[in-house]
Design a protein around this ligand. Structure first.
Ligand code: SAM
Length: 460
């Protein structure tokens, strides 16, 4: 693999850049595979006992991230479909450390992951924040929202709202968020080892274009951040035009201060300062650590840009949930959770009660793709359960579950006909290694497979 010479030239002189080592690591063809476990689905077990593949040590800056010795077929692992882990590049898992170092996670926070698809950062954020906090996971490109929704659904939390909006749309909710994550679209040079085809698309003009887009995304989203709130900016590009120069531009144009991180020397992450405003940035070079190219920086919003604060207010109500419907839905939810039920197009959703007001505001100003956990539809006083409920962490442990082996799990995930041992009729969960995969309905002489068609495994 040959890195474009113009990229190499543009990196000369940057702190931490070592041309020889950089070229060597790119031509070595070495691939690093890593996954991050879902602590909400470990069921008290450890990552090592849950996962069949070979773990190759922990990722130093992540609580639940591990390297693998080789890349298995994740598609053929039922645990992946159950949301037990997410396949994520190791450097980008530093976001956990970045959030923990700068935010007070004991407080209920409103967090926005602005450029969220396919959901790597959002699932990480979900595992880091408290249940009292709200995560809004947004993706502007419509065709990418489905994969984001699937990954959020698999992760199982109830305190997430998935939206499909432009950054500018968030100006309808001024000063709403305590923390905004902008994992910006970029020229992608940091991922050349993983995706060598991206080399052909890379050009200096593309870097310039990306840099302009990054500026407009940051400018558009800043009004939605609270005064005193924090913004984390990251890219998977090595180019200073998308990293340190963006930090300079941001600080020059808005009332922001740069935030620094404590970096342990053994991590080999390089701290840089931007040329004009001395803003801190953190570079991940693949020749220095076990991960891909990544850049991260953080800012604190100092003072209001807008003197006149206009708080977003909730408009309109939701379809009424009757007390009968609440009674029908309740046994499906684990006890102790305090949920607010909402109906939309005849479907019932559960969201933590303390997030009710936030949901109403967001509903008034944004396009919501998913809110909380979809429970299902009530027909003739019976709940037809939704797939989301099966994968959620709020489902009652008393719902009947049939334990199946890996082969049957794969047949189920392919949406094929399956045979299971069950004397009782009706709805049941299928569970593999203590993790729910989805619903079946047992009839007198057959079992109906309710795995969502659009999610089914297509390869053999
Ligand atoms: N955060 C994601 C994760 O960890 O899985 C990866 C995000 S990717 C680097 C950047 C995302 O920004 C893409 O999903 C892309 O569709 C989205 N995007 C592209 N143009 C955008 C724009 N003008 N404003 C906001 N987001 C944009």
């Amino acid at each position: 693999m040959q890195v474009p010479p113009s990229l190499i030239n543009s990196l000369a002189g940057l702190k931490g850049f070592n041309e020889e080592a950089f070229k060597r690591v790119h031509s070595s063809g070495r691939q690093v595979t890593s996954i991050r476990f879902n602590p909400a689905k470990l069921n008290g077990g450890s990552a090592a006992t849950l996962f069949d593949g070979n773990l190759d040590g922990k990722i130093p800056w992540s609580s639940n991230g591990y390297y693998l010795t080789s890349r298995p077929s994740f598609t053929l692992d039922p645990l992946f479909h159950a949301g037990a882990y997410y396949v994520q590049e190791a450097s980008s898992m530093f976001l956990e450390e970045a959030i923990k170092q700068m935010a007070d996670l004991t407080k209920p926070l409103r967090i926005l992951d602005l450029c969220a698809a396919p959901g790597g950062k959002s699932t990480l954020i979900q595992s880091v924040i408290s249940e009292k906090s709200l995560l809004v996971s947004n993706e502007v490109i419509k065709t990418r929202v489905n994969v984001l929704t699937e990954n959020i659904t698999r992760w199982g939390g109830s305190n997430v709202i998935v939206t499909n909006n432009y950054p500018k749309d968030f100006q309808r909710m001024p000063e709403f968020f305590d923390l905004v994550i902008v994992d910006a679209p970029c020229s992608g040079s940091g991922l050349f080892r993983k995706d060598p085809k991206a080399i052909n698309e890379w050009s200096e003009q593309q870097v310039e274009q990306c840099s302009r887009r990054q500026q407009s995304i940051l400018a558009d989203i800043l009004p939605a951040l609270k005064e005193g709130g924090l913004l984390i900016y990251s890219t998977c590009s090595f180019s200073k035009e998308e990293n340190e120069e963006i930090c300079d531009w941001f600080i020059k144009n808005y009332r922001l201060s740069s935030v620094s991180y404590q970096i342990r020397p053994e991590w080999n992450i390089i701290e840089t300062v931007s040329p004009e405003k001395n803003a801190y940035g953190y570079r991940f070079y693949p020749d220095k650590l076990k991960g891909e190219g990544f850049f991260i920086a953080a800012f604190k919003k100092e003072k209001l840009d807008n003197e006149f604060r206009k708080e977003a207010t909730a408009k309109g109500g939701s379809e009424k949930v009757t007390s009968k419907e609440i009674e029908v839905a309740k046994p499906w939810l684990k006890s102790g959770g305090d949920f607010f039920l909402i109906k939309h197009n005849e479907e019932l959703f559960a969201i933590p009660i303390h997030l009710e007001k936030d949901l109403m505001v967001i509903r008034s100003v944004l396009y919501i793709k998913k809110a909380g956990v979809k429970l299902g539809t009530i027909i003739r006083d019976e709940l037809i359960p939704a797939h989301e409920l099966a994968l959620s962490t709020i489902i009652s442990p008393f719902i009947p579950a049939i334990v199946i082996d890996k082969e049957t799990a794969l047949q189920y995930l392919r949406r094929q006909e399956i045979k299971v041992d069950s004397d009782s009729k009706g709805w049941a969960l299928l569970s593999h290694r203590q993790l729910n995969l989805g619903w079946i309905k047992a009839l007198t002489n057959r079992v109906n497979n309710y795995y969502p068609k659009s999610w089914r495994i297509l390869n053999k």
